[in-house]
Design a protein around this ligand. Structure first.
Ligand code: SDX
Length: 425
């Protein structure tokens, strides 16, 4: 913190001195907490200029397309690390030693199964229920099975919840898919790594051994890494807000899943595929780009634009490379959707409307094409985003509970009716 100050001059009031704090990098912040005592609120719908908290987990530089997890660039982690090592880094703040990673991995492996009774929960849903609707329900319901270890003030309980959530999300996600196709649930295996286990539970059958392609497993692991955390995005802010009331970690993660579902946020990867399929052919791209630019048309180019990135989303760059690798391996490098996506990206990046607004492809633009190539149905795309982002959500929850925090309770600019009397009959 520094002794620098901002002075606010409000007509009819004495000047108000507001402290300015500097982080280790990124924009300085102005501490406005005293304003309420002066009868003033700040006004920032969508929190465009608001730092809601102090955090050490992830740093984003939107102008330069930089994403750091505990100081490590996402490109370095994607090239050299794996999802579970990245989980340890996000939760604990440092890369693990070999022993620490072995213990962490064992804790995750030992928690991959879910209570057998949870399977009955699935039976209450229609087979065609959207898997995100199921995930909102079953993840929140996990707290019904662990009510003896939900004391947020107990660090051991917090660590146990972190392990349980990272471990069980792939199991629950795969159960959503199996339930939707009427196939039996596949139990996790202790001899497979995190991504292999997920693909095993998704595509395995009780009638045959799983044959998991290591390249697809590596691509899946990389997709998990690229979605692991992203600062104070809408769903992470939702988790922090829920956690600030003292809600249990499973309920907090369920709130994050609900917030992620929207097409403006994590639901965009599913919306990108729907959009590419609706475009259908490169000859139709110009008409869709025109719709995206038309103020009177609610259509937006899914997978483009970002509140923070005003340059390439570094995750999209890595995702594009992974896309080329996977599709070439699968012999579908001429996938028509990929051709439409690449042509759409080229057209948009040359179009003044997108250039002027700094609208670039984001993490969701290419991920769906890889997931589709791996054989994952479009309706499961956001479930996979939620699976991967759980470590980010729970790391922020953990960081907040480890700091001095208050319940989040924003105020408002009220423009409704002043007090008025109930009309006498
Ligand atoms: C994620 O926050 C995170 O970190 C999220 C995320 C994460 O990892 O957690 O990165 C994941 O959510 C990525 C974003 C996925 N969403 C999409 O791809 C949906 C399409 N994108 C848009 O809905 C939009 O770009 C947002 C929601 C991502 C950002 O919205 P903002 O910051 O509120 O921007 P805006 O709506 O104020 O747009 C600014 C201008 C507007 O035009 P003008 O009014 O200035 O003329 O850009 C236009 C918008 O109309 N615009 C678009 C557009 N996105 C913005 N026009 C056409 N197509 C688009 N995609």
């Amino acid at each position: 913190m520094s002794d620098r100050k901002a002075t606010l001059h409000v007509e009819g009031m004495d000047p108000i001195e507001l402290p300015i704090y500097s982080g280790s990098t990124g924009p300085d912040v102005i501490d406005v907490r005293q304003l309420v005592s002066k009868g003033l609120f700040t006004y920032d719908p969508g929190f465009v200029s608001t730092a809601s908290c102090e955090s050490k987990i992830t740093y984003i530089d939107g102008d330069n397309g930089i994403l750091l997890h505990r100081g490590y660039a996402i490109e370095d982690l994607a090239a050299n690390s794996n999802y579970l090592e990245t989980c340890y880094l996000l939760v604990h703040g440092e890369l693990p030693t070999a022993e620490q990673l072995e213990e962490f991995t064992a804790n995750i492996t030992n928690n991959t199964m879910v209570h057998e009774q949870l399977m009955h929960f699935f039976n209450g849903f229609r087979r065609d229920a959207h898997p995100m609707a199921i995930m909102c329900g079953v993840v929140g319901a996990l707290s019904a099975f662990y009510h003896d270890q939900l004391d947020n003030s107990n660090p051991d309980h917090r660590e146990k919840a972190i392990h349980r959530l990272i471990a069980k999300m792939p199991t629950l996600a795969a159960m959503c898919y199996k339930y939707s196709i009427g196939q039996p649930f596949i139990y996790p295996r202790d001899d497979l790594n995190y991504a292999e286990n997920f693909l095993h539970m998704m595509f395995g059958k009780p009638t045959a051994e799983s044959n998991i392609d290591p390249v697809l497993a590596r691509a899946m692991d990389k997709i998990f890494m690229l979605h692991a955390d992203h600062e104070q995005n809408a769903s992470t802010s939702t988790v922090r807000l829920a956690g600030s009331s003292g809600a249990n970690p499973f309920a907090c993660i369920a709130s994050g899943i609900a917030a992620l579902w929207g097409p403006a946020h994590g639901g965009a990867n599913e919306a990108v595929l729907d959009m590419l399929e609706e475009i259908g052919d490169v000859s139709n791209i110009d008409a869709f780009v025109a719709k995206a630019k038309d103020k009177n048309d609610p259509f937006r180019l899914m997978g483009f634009g970002h509140r923070v990135y005003k340059n390439f989303d570094p995750r999209a760059t890595v995702m594009r490379e992974t896309c080329d690798e996977v599709l070439e391996l699968l012999g579908v490098e001429n996938d028509p959707l990929l051709q439409i996506a690449k042509r759409l990206e080229q057209i948009a990046l040359e179009d003044e409307y997108f250039i002027q607004r700094k609208l670039y492809p984001n993490v969701d633009f290419y991920s769906g094409i890889i997931l589709k190539a791996i054989g994952i149905p479009t309706s499961m795309f956001t479930v996979i985003f939620a699976l991967a982002r759980t470590v980010g959500w729970i790391s922020h929850w953990h960081e907040m509970l480890n700091s001095s925090y208050r319940i989040g309770r924003p105020r408002q600019l009220y423009t409704g009716e002043p007090q008025r009397s109930y009309p006498t009959k």
